[in-house]
Design a protein around this ligand. Sequence first.
Ligand SMILES: *Cc1c(COP(=O)(O)O)cnc(C)c1O
Length: 387
Amino acid sequence: MDTTEAILATYKRAPMRIVRGEGVELFDDEGNAYLDFTSGIAVNALGYGDEGLREAMHTAADGLVHVSNLYRTEPGEALARWFVEHSFADRVFFCNSGAEANEGAFKFARRWARAIGGAPKHEIVALRGAFHGRLFATLAATDRPQYRLPYRPLAGGITIAERDLRELEGMLDAETVAALIVEPVQGEGGVRVLDEGFLLELRALTRERKVALILDEIQCGLGRTGWLFAHERSGITPDLMTIAKPLAGGLPMGAILVSSEIACAVRPGDHGTTFGGGPFVAAVARYVVERLSDETLLATVRSHGAWLGDTLDAMAKRRTDIRAVRGVGLMWGLDTVQPAADIVRRARERGLLVLSAGDHTVRLLPPLTIRRDELAVGLARLEASLT
Ligand SMILES: *Cc1c(COP(=O)(O)O)cnc(C)c1O
């Protein structure tokens, strides 16, 4: 019997069964090796079998695994303090996934907006091409009809706007809008690096209209762009920021970073989570953020990014089947003439794992610890898989 039959079919899974990982490679149960340019969708930033991560997990496992949020524990407090020291934030809420982080950010933004503007100030605006998760509110903020349509009605009071300053000037009404949520680099929506000038204008506009700016850095944050946080490139600071994917080295964890102004509006009882920020995951995450904020690692990601951009541009120039190349750091997208799903399959058959981001975009998210020669091997396999 095919044992995949017992898993609910929400994913179309590739046929091989992964049993082991080492560095930037995964191995299946037949001994085939795959260079991994997906990192478990931006989760495994340190690759596989990282010695330090393994040790951090062992040490954390010797301590408490779970203690209710009704009581204080040191690892979560230390991790929150680390984020307060390394970002705009004044307070941190821990949860268990990206979608959960965004749902919580919507709640905190509405809590604050209601305090300053009353009940009518509750609308949330997201952008064309956005992906913020698959729960009812985050799905309403996600611009993918095939994800949304089967589940209507979605959460109310959430709309999608074009990535256009004029349209946003019309939509971000100070009386009715609580928050604007933005991915500084849109991931699932095709790897779109939002223009620095556009982000600066959005920040000015949201300040003027007293609209909370939520940055979703679940995919692009924590070193992926070559900066600890993607928004550092543009010099803006948000009111709230969500992170998740690589945060706890593969353990499920999300976080909402909150400015002092938003934090002031939140009271005990306003939100909750059973598992969020438990001592085991928090201790592991404390190790991971130390690694991902290392200036040598970040500088390497930036220089890999510059090299990848040049190399992919050159590839696009000598071929007719790449329409566009976009990206930053170790987050790249190629618009392809062929369906992305076909390229993903052919690459896998050549020992390279890549992702799609829409029907005609191939997405590359290698581990942040990858070496230049490994990147070059991957790109050669990718080019051979294009047709
Ligand atoms: C993956 C992702 C999410 C959702 O995270 P989950 O942990 O899958 O719920 C939200 N926003 C962005 C930008 C993401 O890439």
